[in-house]
Design a protein. Structure first.
Length: 400
């Protein structure tokens, strides 16, 4: 395939080119199932990462749609996967080994088991709790087995520690969130017994790695067999990754794709051969759309691949010191048609109900036509409405 054909395939699979493939609540579920998981990040400048990921793809998406799927319908669940993530609840059994690992990890901390018993009993009697409402005082030495939480060299707050330990064990799930504050409830009260008691579908570690790799390829569309941020959260060695790719190709579950200009092949899901065939058969351009992508959007998980295919280099500068940032604190890539044309820095002032566009940077060589400008303004309007704001571009500075 040519680079142009690969671009078009990836964008069509992602639902970012042409007419929207996903719409409404069912569209959210369909996309999350395709991606396997979407990353959760609590920072909310103009929408949280998971929300912005869905806004770019799902027609009619609202923040309430995701909340309902997570905490009312329970069709989706929060749990570590690619870092902290949201994934379909039916995938819960695949993470049984991680929950067992977490439970065994927790046994090493003095006093934790007693706190867990007290916490479970309190929740049974009083309902969902947060670290601020659970009546557990003091500190305890603890750190998580699954994600970055707790401390390795000093004590941590006991209430938060016991809740997060029981959460990674799978005994608690997130009941709801108020801002970034998490409220927990007993998993047995919120998840179906058929999910809780289902055996791990993967018979061994290698099958689990293969299952995770398949999901990540499905999330991006195509991936190379090399070290990649797209594989974060999968505990595997280089040898294990290479063996998994080899097995999956031999089993005809993935297919290698040679790409003009790239030294190594990319791999796509065998299930995507029909879509690849459509792209190769139909050379006509699709109707362009303008979308702003989330910083941790699945499409951007392998940033070296994005740079190789789209000649677009993106770095999320939220953790970069202000004096060393090239762009800004929370900057979103701008996708127009089949190209990344720039980046935008926008912030929702929720007190004034105004979305302030601070900066737009266009890539070198991009000619901003009236059609593109109109599309960017339309995307700004959608982002403003999503945040229950009106757009204000008075601060906007355009950079070449």
């Amino acid at each position: 395939m040519t680079i142009e054909e690969v671009r078009r395939f990836l964008l069509r699979k992602q639902g970012l080119l042409g007419d929207r493939r996903f719409a409404g609540k069912e569209g959210v579920l369909a996309y999350v199932r395709q991606a396997g998981c979407i990353q959760y990040d609590p920072v909310d400048v103009c929408g949280k990462n998971a929300e912005l990921t869905l806004l770019a793809r799902v027609g009619g998406f609202r923040k309430k749609t995701l909340r309902d799927l997570l905490y009312k319908d329970r069709s989706l669940i929060d749990y570590p996967d690619k870092e902290l993530s949201i994934f379909p609840v039916e995938d819960w059994p695949y993470f049984e080994e991680y929950r067992k690992k977490s439970f065994l990890h927790g046994r090493q901390f003095d006093g934790l088991a007693e706190l867990e018993d007290r916490t479970a009993e309190y929740i049974r009697k009083h309902g969902p709790v947060s670290a601020d409402t659970l009546p557990v005082e003091g500190e305890i030495f603890w750190h998580s087995a699954v994600h970055w939480s707790g401390n390795w060299h000093k004590n941590s707050r006991a209430a938060r520690s016991v809740l997060e330990q029981m959460y990674t064990d799978g005994r608690l799930v997130i009941h709801h969130k108020e801002g970034s504050r998490k409220f927990y409830d007993l998993a047995a009260k919120r998840l179906p017994e058929s999910i809780l008691t289902a055996p791990d579908p993967c018979p061994d570690r290698m099958e689990h790695i293969k299952w995770r790799i398949l999901r990540r390829i499905g999330a991006v569309g195509m991936l190379p067999d090399r070290r990649s941020d797209a594989f974060l959260g999968i505990p595997m060695t280089t040898d294990e990754r290479e063996r998994a790719f080899s097995d999956l190709e031999r089993e005809k579950r993935i297919i290698p794709v040679g790409v003009e200009g790239l030294k190594s092949p990319l791999y796509a899901l065998a299930d995507d051969q029909a879509l690849i065939g459509e792209i190769l058969k139909d050379g006509a351009a699709f109707r362009p759309r303008c979308e702003f992508l989330a910083p941790l959007d699945p499409f951007l998980w392998d940033r070296k691949l994005i740079e190789a295919l789209f000649e677009f280099r993106y770095s999320w500068e939220i953790y970069t010191p202000a004096d060393k940032r090239r762009y800004g604190y929370y900057v979103l890539p701008i996708l127009w048609g089949e190209r990344f044309v720039g980046r935008i820095e926008a912030a929702a002032d929720r007190r004034e109900h105004v979305l302030r566009v601070k900066n737009i940077w266009y890539e070198d060589g991009i000619r901003v036509t009236k059609r593109m400008q109109s599309a960017v303004e339309g995307a700004v309007g959608r982002l403003a409405r999503f945040n229950e704001c009106t757009p204000d571009t008075a601060e906007q500075r355009i950079h070449p």
